[in-house]
Ligand binder design. Structure first.
Ligand code: ZN
Length: 222
């Protein structure tokens, strides 16, 4: 090998090291986003390893769920939003009480360009608040951001139709009173003792229980 070429390759190697150091210096404490898995899950590079990060406090619709029917359009939209903002970018991580979940994923608030991306998702209407106890330090603020996004019909909220109006039932097999937490058999005397304006009707026990009512001990005596 000629002397000149040797020096050239030495310079190239040195430059690569210097550029690496500069890069490291500017991205101190930051991690590169290698891939966006879905709206709220990223793969980052950390200590030369790939790590999966779940953004805490938020939930975007599923887009890579193994059950294809759950991969709703909204999931793709949320996923694209996160991709457009974070893929290939450098981020910082802020942890709450737990650093990892039981799947070994990092649980984090992801900071990008001075903003917490978990909040960006909520503010722009691409996620809903999901509480990850005990990791809830921003939950109040998150709830407020989701509320504003819904009211402003931003992001995914814009595509949702208004909630259907559900007419109150006027008959059923079971009846509860707005003034108590018990439900009764509609054909038993208790039902007649409830003022008509306070009656809430159910067709099934499941329906009554789902609404938070408990069986009356007398109507349902064994
Ligand atoms: Zn009863």
């Amino acid at each position: 090998m000629k002397k000149g070429r040797k020096i050239n390759s030495l310079i190239v190697a040195l430059l690569a090291i210097i550029l690496g150091l500069i890069n490291q210096y500017f991205h101190e404490g930051q991690y590169k986003v290698l891939r966006v898995v879905d709206g709220d899950t990223l793969i980052i590079e950390m200590d030369n390893k790939e790590e999966r990060v779940r953004l805490i406090g938020v939930d975007t619709p599923e887009s890579v769920h193994p059950d294809a029917s759950k991969n709703v359009e909204a999931g793709k939209i949320a996923s694209e939003f996160t991709k457009s903002r974070l893929e290939g970018e450098y981020i910082e991580l802020e942890f709450d009480v737990q650093e990892r979940d039981r799947y070994g994923r990092l649980l984090a608030y992801v900071w990008h360009n001075g903003e917490m991306f978990n909040k960006v998702l909520l503010r722009e209407g691409y996620a809903q608040v999901a509480t990850f106890p005990p990791n809830v330090k921003y939950v109040e603020e998150f709830i407020q951001l989701e509320k504003e996004a819904r009211e402003g019909k931003r992001g995914l909220w814009a595509e949702l139709p208004d909630e259907p109006v559900v007419e109150d039932k006027t008959e059923g097999k079971y009846v509860a009173s707005k003034k108590s937490d018990k439900y009764h058999l509609a054909n038993y005397t208790h039902a007649g003792e409830i003022a008509p304006e306070n009656r809430i009707w159910f067709d099934s026990i499941e329906e009554a229980e789902k609404a938070g009512y408990k069986p009356c001990g007398i109507c349902f005596k064994k």
